[in-house]
Design a protein around this ligand. Structure first.
Ligand SMILES: CC(C)(COP(=O)(O)OP(=O)(O)OC[C@H]1O[C@@H](n2cnc3c(N)ncnc32)[C@H](O)[C@@H]1OP(=O)(O)O)[C@@H](O)C(=O)NCCC(=O)NCCS
Length: 181
């Protein structure tokens, strides 16, 4: 589902807009870096492997995934993405997902966007719960969710395949009823 009116991000030098197929190569260029994919379930060999995701982002189905491009305004380059998948319109829940190019790590961009986009999703989509799942060992992402007002709920054993092997994931969630960090 396209996001025609993203939130104002309020981070100097950073903008948010709908991700487009023209972002595919720039997204792939950092997703293929070991430091980016190795603590996630990403398994992208070719830029074309992202095409099915874009099909979802363009779908009008109420359960379709949504994704924003995080843009470095000075260069115009793609600095990251953030959005939702595993959307349930019946339960009004979704899972958040995000990634940044390593050039933009360590500045608090992901944490501030995770907080902002989660709060925005409660108002915009009516989600009552947004969850985040983090592969064991992805400490940076654990800290992003905790800084963004998510609570740790437990460990999901063999929850998702990680390049052919079952991986254990930490489960976090943030509820609309406790939306203040
Ligand atoms: C997960 C990921 C987005 C986290 O990136 P990050 O740079 O660590 O996260 P942030 O942008 O929130 O930056 C936080 C860091 O910036 C620092 N920082 C600087 N200014 C800050 C500010 N104003 N606010 C918050 N943190 C700030 C913090 O100290 C923090 O470092 P620390 O965790 O070592 O204390 C990034 O590592 C990534 O893209 N990884 C690959 C993909 C991935 O794992 N995605 C998530 C799958 S679950």
């Amino acid at each position: 589902m396209r996001i025609e009116s993203p939130p104002d991000c309020g981070i100097p030098g950073i903008g948010l807009r709908q991700i487009e197929r023209s972002d595919r190569q720039a997204w792939f260029d950092y997703l293929r870096l070991p430091e980016v994919y190795e603590r996630t379930s990403w398994n992208v060999q070719l830029s074309g492997d992202l095409d099915s995701l874009f099909d979802g982002f363009e779908s009008i189905a109420p359960t379709s995934p949504r994704r924003l491009a995080v843009v470095d305004l000075a260069s115009g380059r793609l600095a990251g993405t953030i959005g939702f998948h595993t959307v349930s319109d019946i339960n009004r829940t979704a899972e958040i997902a995000y990634d940044l190019a390593p050039s933009h790590w360590g500045r608090g961009v992901a944490s501030r966007l995770c907080d902002l986009v989660t709060r925005w999703s409660f108002d915009t989509y009516g989600f009552v719960r947004v969850q985040g799942t983090v592969l064991i060992g992805n400490d940076r992402s654990d800290r992003v969710l905790l800084r963004s007002g998510y609570q740790h709920e437990g460990l999901l054993r063999s929850f998702r395949m990680v390049r052919g092997r079952p991986g254990d994931f930490n489960m976090y969630s943030r509820l609309s009823t406790t939306s203040e960090v």
